[in-house]
Ligand binder design. Structure first.
Ligand SMILES: Nc1ncnc2c1ncn2[C@@H]1O[C@H](COP(=O)(O)OP(=O)(O)OP(=O)(O)O)[C@@H](O)[C@H]1O
Ligand SMILES: [Mg+2]
Length: 381
């Protein structure tokens, strides 16, 4: 029998809040997401009360896990800041495990030597964009496959909690198995080791995750997945320069970031923001990819620069970061990508696969060379 929200609420009604009343009466619960036996929700309390609530969070998680049919429960404790700075909440200030947020907390420095890597994973790179829909996930998948073709053992993490793409782009429908109770075994596809929050949540589950939940989910996917030995883990980032990006920068030493942009001016402004964000957290930008760069007519082979192609190359030069290559807007890329048949894997001899492989070779060279912009992380060869 499928678990219902009511069953979860009934279990939570038995958990005591610090003031003595029940958790369900304390008006601290977010909406409760129940999907396929997995339960997610957050408890939001004042920053000063976090210490008192942490044991409640734990008890709530245990109570939910005890409900028959519940496979796993993830309860995040969210601290609501009151007063203080009028600035938007920096991601570091709301990390669930940081009970005493600073009003102007600066993101942790990823180059900090004390920051632990992921055991077995040599390098982590992020594929990011300032704006959504520029083809970041498509690029990330084909770049990962291109790196695979360079002889590397490659993993992919879908950090887009709000709109995970990897289940679709890699046609993965199976659920990851659990190892030893609390670690997840990633899925293997096309020689890539893959993990996505989308494997755990149904596509049509409403995404009510809030910043701190995003962070704890990403942390879990980085640290509680049996990645095995990987030369590189390619992370498909959600669009923008928000919580998830900063979490990544804080959670693991990122070797670098690849920024995807379309050639239009507006997208380029966002790409600029992306570059600036990674510079700010001391992550080298490995380069910029111009996606949907030009249109190649499938019938006549004529090339049209529908968006005024070349913008990303100029912008990369202006920002002092490498230009990694241009990918045409092409029906094959779209169709293959959306069918879970990425071109590099399924049409390896085609023109598009070659473009992605060339980009992958440049990315690899940049990883070894440290990237041109903000090469503040010393990269070991
Ligand atoms: N070079 C291309 N040629 C044709 N279609 C493309 C190309 N790149 C991406 N697409 C298509 O554009 C759409 C958006 O791509 P994708 O999902 O990779 O973007 P995204 O930047 O990851 O989006 P989001 O911000 O939603 O995560 C998809 O349908 C994809 O197949
Ligand atoms: Mg995407």
């Amino acid at each position: 029998m499928a678990v219902t929200k009511e069953q979860v609420l009934a279990a939570l009604g038995q958990v005591a809040a610090p003031n003595g009343g029940s958790l369900t009466e304390a008006r601290v619960l977010s909406d409760i997401v129940v999907s396929d036996g997995k339960v997610f929700f957050s408890i939001t309390v004042g920053a000063a009360d976090v210490k008192a609530w942490e044991p409640v969070r734990k008890r709530a998680e245990d109570a939910v896990k005890a409900v028959s049919g519940v496979a796993s429960a993830l309860v995040a404790l969210t601290a609501e800041r009151t007063g203080g700075s009028a600035a938007p909440r920096p991601a570091a200030a709301v990390a669930p495990q940081r009970p005493a947020p600073h009003a102007h907390a600066h993101p942790a420095h990823p180059a900090d030597k004390t920051q632990p890597g992921i055991p077995g994973v040599e390098a982590v790179i992020a594929v990011a964009s300032g704006k959504g829909g520029v083809g970041k996930s498509t690029t990330a998948v084909n770049l990962a496959l291109g790196l695979r073709d360079q002889g590397l053992k490659v993993g992919m993490l879908d950090a887009d909690i709000y709109g995970p793409s990897l289940p679709k782009l890699l046609a993965i429908r199976e659920k990851p198995q659990t190892i030893g109770g609390n670690r997840l075994k990633p899925i293997e596809r096309y020689g890539l080791t893959v993990m996505s929050i989308g494997f755990l949540i149904d596509e049509d589950t409403p995404m009510i995750w809030r910043g701190p939940m995003v962070m704890s989910a990403i942390t879990q996917m980085l640290r509680e997945v049996e990645w095995g030995k990987l030369d590189v883990l390619v992370v498909d980032m959600p669009p923008g320069t928000g919580d998830a990006q900063l979490t990544m920068a804080q959670q693991v030493p990122l070797k670098g970031a690849v920024i995807v942009s379309t050639p239009q001016d507006l997208a380029l402004i966002d790409a600029r923001r992306g570059v600036a964000m990674f510079n700010r957290v001391n992550v080298p930008v490995l380069g910029v990819v111009e996606n949907m760069s030009y249109f190649l007519c499938p019938e006549c082979g004529t090339r049209s620069d529908i968006f005024g192609h070349g913008g990303a190359r100029h912008e990369a030069e202006r920002l002092g970061v490498s230009f990694l290559g241009e990918v045409p807007l092409h029906m094959t890329i779209r169709e293959k990508s959306d069918a879970g048949l990425p071109v590099v894997a399924t049409e390896p001899d085609g023109p598009h696969a070659k473009i992605y492989r060339d980009i992958a070779a440049k990315v690899l060279a940049a990883m070894k060379g440290g990237g041109r912009a903000a090469p503040k992380i010393v990269v070991e060869a």
